[in-house]
Design a protein around this ligand. Structure first.
Ligand code: UDP
Ligand code: MG
Length: 334
């Protein structure tokens, strides 16, 4: 385990940037990021994780890495997803502090010095960025995000800060604690809250994506919400059992009603096949729902016991091995 050697004037800073098909923004992100870093910090590294992009992301990164040894690359063998990419960055960074940042400049790199200042002045371990405003995002995205963070907080066993993404600064204590967590399906912002330590908010306005389109389509958002819900809450299971109790109670009441009718109003029982269907569908539905929720948890257990790695690294560059000219080629030329 690495010792914490924070020099109060110049900590070694790692910036972790997951990238999936970001050829349109990379150059701009790198330029703005390295300007900020050069102007403010003596020691830093930029770890770009190429999450199986099928555009020129990797070759652009490699060209930049030839010129700048602070730029380090982890390249996945395929697209494993944003969370595994960030997780790989946290595992492979060697800074005293690490900052997680999106590649699309929605999280402005110019805020990094302020976050480091806040970290140093408040003697905390995590500075998490809270979105005050979200420019250029659709009503649907903002609405579902709002709903998501509020629902997960109601259901979750740990208190997750509202309206935060993965844009945050974490120190070595948190990095080491995070790296010890064994689960494969990681919901990073939840886990960082879960590890504890002193965490302070940093309010900012989220910018529009600089170029390109979102790499989080609806199905990825649903998958993400599913992981966060199932890994951070047992409430869906409790809701399922409550539904079961309620439906059994209703069934018993109906039974009493049928017995009563049978004795006192036998003629009323002839009609009503539709109500029978409704009852059958209702209870059938509740059973399916309950079994479905159980199945979701079971599939997570199954994922975990398979013990497959979270991601597979194809190439590591400037991380222990220096990149050479012959390693730079374009796997996806236009
Ligand atoms: N990303 C990734 N793998 C994926 C999807 C996204 O590494 O499978 C990266 C992406 O390149 C970006 C960050 O995760 O740096 C956030 O993605 P995006 O900006 O598309 O999401 P949004 O801001 O629209 O929610
Ligand atoms: Mg974005």
């Amino acid at each position: 385990m690495r010792n914490i050697t924070i020099d109060s004037t110049s900590p070694f800073l790692s910036v972790i940037i997951p990238c999936y098909n970001e050829e349109q923004v990379l150059l701009e992100s790198y330029t703005r990021l390295s300007q900020v870093m050069q102007a403010n910090f003596q020691n830093y590294e930029l770890i770009f994780i190429n999450d199986g992009s099928c555009d020129r992301t990797l070759s652009i990164l490699k060209k930049l890495a030839l010129e700048d040894k602070c730029l380090k690359i982890l390249s996945f063998s395929r697209n494993f997803g944003h969370q595994p990419a960030v997780s790989a960055g946290i595992k492979n960074c060697s800074g005293d502090l690490a900052i997680i940042l999106d590649a699309d400049l929605q999280d402005p790199p110019e805020l990094i010095p302020d976050m480091v200042n806040l970290y140093q002045n408040s003697a905390c371990n995590v500075v998490y960025a809270v979105r005050k405003r979200r420019a250029g995002e659709t009503f649907f995205k903002k609405f579902t995000a709002r709903l998501f963070y509020r629902t997960i907080n109601k259901l979750s066993e740990v208190n997750l800060p509202l309206d935060t993404g993965d844009f945050r600064l974490i120190d070595r204590k948190v990095i080491n604690a995070f790296n010890q967590l064994p689960e494969r399906n990681k919901y990073i912002r939840g886990l960082i809250s879960w590890v504890g330590f002193k965490q302070v908010p940093f309010v900012y306005s989220r910018n529009e994506r600089f170029a390109g389109t979102t790499k989080y389509p609806l199905w990825k958002m649903i998958k993400f919400a599913r992981t966060s819900l199932l890994y951070f809450s047992h409430k869906p299971l409790q809701i399922a059992s409550s539904l079961g109790v309620v439906s059994v109670a209703i069934a018993l009441l109906l039974l009493l009603w049928v017995i009563y009718n049978n004795i006192f109003l036998p003629q009323s029982l002839v009609q009503g096949w539709s109500s029978t269907i409704i009852v059958v569908m209702f209870f059938g539905g509740i059973q399916m729902l309950t079994i479905g929720i159980l199945g979701e948890y079971l599939s997570n257990v199954f994922d975990e016991i398979k013990k497959r790695p979270e991601y597979i690294i194809d190439e590591k560059l400037n991380l222990g091995n220096e990149i050479r000219q012959d390693m730079v080629y374009d796997a996806y030329p236009n």
